[in-house]
Write a protein that binds this ligand. Structure first.
Ligand SMILES: Cc1cc2nc3c(=O)[nH]c(=O)nc-3n(C[C@H](O)[C@H](O)[C@H](O)COP(=O)(O)OP(=O)(O)OC[C@H]3O[C@@H](n4cnc5c(N)ncnc54)[C@H](O)[C@@H]3O)c2cc1C
Length: 431
């Protein structure tokens, strides 16, 4: 079988891989030195688009070069870019074995790829209801959303079921964004989740109440406090009904499940150290083995600002960790230790929110959170030991979003919660 050899190999062709490639190019990588290996059929792209514009009925986001590349807010890395830079894209190539001591990867087709320095950027995979033995969960038209292939299948199902009924299992950001995208496609949507409110890992009850009312006003049906326990299908094997634990049965032409994910570490089990479920790295994303780095969803790293080891499944960190690792590998100037401020955003309908920092401690809600307002703008601060550690803002301008980021970074002291609530975003703008 064929053998290839590169100085640098990035395993995984997602967000982190794309931004790592750009940084390699910035640092002067030579043609033929770098390869990206991906089991996907396309060059790295901005994955968050898959639950947003990529699903919209106009389909403009599906045009080549629009969302099918990375390069948010900068140069778009179309497939030709990799060719121009002499970066090899080994697409449709699934790696099934990693031999770290021999610095070698083996593909499903039996090809051997050798490296001097490896960056693991395998990301994460979705949790499937079949893994939990949910009855009938292998029916057709039950979808998950991780890769462009999944999104393309969902787009086909939406087209095949005009004005159909969809059940979205899960109330996290994927569930919220998908529900909006399906509704925009004129699909009747019901969301089902077990928690008392949506996005419970980040939202307070107060924040969630705004989105739940807004979604209800858009005609989305929300069922909380229960889970899907089984599915029935028709004679074609297509899903027909969703059975809920509370006894209700929902009709469905399409089901989309967004119940979380897990990092793809298995290839390296026992070969590099793991921590908190991810591959353990330092402030430069170097693993326990020299010449092996891990970035993006798959890596745990020291979150300097909170003096804690964490793993982050968000796109901003995927981009920045990839750039940091490449700088650590190639830069001729001293690279500072990674100092990341958690940042997460989401967009659905006309809504857009950003969150910075840590959502711990007591909370203060501010602004106009009337879901019927023409332009709602509200937020929340999280305060611990008298200091603001986290800030959330819906409907903020770019400058206001920058201001809340600064608050979460600077962690200013707060004397009066009442005053903070009254001042709201103005408090952040003064920092
Ligand atoms: C639908 C969706 C919407 C999202 N929206 C947001 C959002 O709004 N905001 C936000 O902050 N974050 C969002 N995220 C999260 C964000 O996209 C991820 O954090 C980010 O993509 C992680 O980048 P990564 O490069 O580590 O992994 P990924 O982008 O997942 O890339 C991993 C790549 O590795 C490949 N791979 C894995 N194993 C192998 C193997 N054995 N052989 C070959 N290739 C392999 C995969 O096929 C994939 O191409 C979203 C994620 C999804 C799925």
């Amino acid at each position: 079988m064929a053998e290839k050899s590169f100085k640098y190999v990035i395993l995984g062709g997602g967000v982190a891989a794309g931004y790592a490639a750009r940084e390699f190019a910035n640092q002067g990588v030579k043609p033929g030195e770098l390869a990206i290996i991906s089991k996907e059929a396309v060059a790295p792209y901005e994955r968050p688009a898959l639950s947003k514009a990529y699903l919209f009925p106009t389909g403009t986001a599906r045009l080549p070069g629009f969302h099918t590349c990375v390069g948010s807010g900068g140069e778009r890395l179309l497939p030709e870019w990799y060719t121009e830079k002499g970066i090899e894209l080994l697409l449709n190539t699934e790696i099934v074995k990693a031999d770290v001591p021999s610095k070698m990867l083996v593909s499903a087709a039996g090809e051997t790829i050798k490296y001097e320095i490896l960056i693991i950027a395998t990301g994460s995979t979705v949790l499937r209801l079949t893994d939990f033995g949910v009855e009938g969960a292998d029916a057709k038209n039950i979808f998950y959303l991780r890769e462009i292939d999944d999104a393309d299948k969902l787009v086909e199902a939406i087209k095949a079921k005009p004005n159909g009924k969809a059940v979205i299992v899960g109330g996290g950001y994927i569930g919220l964004e998908l529900s909006a995208a399906l509704k925009i496609n004129n699909i009747e949507v019901t969301m089902v989740y077990p928690e008392p409110w949506c996005m419970p890992r980040l939202f307070t009850a107060g924040i969630a109440a705004f989105y739940e009312v807004y979604y209800s006003n858009k005609g989305i049906n929300i069922i909380k406090g229960t889970v899907a326990t089984g599915f029935t299908s028709d004679s074609n094997g297509e899903v027909k009904e969703v059975k809920l634990k509370d006894g209700r049965v929902l009709e469905a032409d399409i089901v989309v499940v967004g119940v979380g994910g897990r990092p793809l570490t298995a290839l390296f089990k026992g070969q590099v150290d793991e921590e908190k479920g991810g591959i353990k790295t330092d402030g430069f994303f170097k693993t326990s083995i020299s010449d092996v780095y891990a970035v993006g969803d798959v890596a745990t790293f020291p979150m300097k600002i909170y003096n804690e080891i964490r793993r982050v499944e968000h796109v901003d960190h995927a981009r920045k960790s990839a750039e940091q690792a490449v700088k650590a590998i190639m830069s001729t100037v001293t690279v500072e230790e990674y100092d990341y401020l958690p940042y997460f955003y989401s967009r659905a309908f006309d809504l857009s929110w950003q969150f910075y920092g840590d959502n711990v401690g007591e909370t203060v809600l501010f602004g106009n959170d009337d879901p019927k307002a023409e332009k709602p703008k509200f937020g929340t601060y999280w305060i611990k030991d008298g200091k603001i550690l986290g800030a959330f803002l819906e409907g903020g301008s770019p400058d206001e979003n920058k201001a809340i980021a600064k608050v979460a970074r600077v962690q200013p002291s707060v004397e009066s919660l009442e005053l903070l609530s009254k001042e709201g975003i103005a408090f952040a703008c003064k920092i």
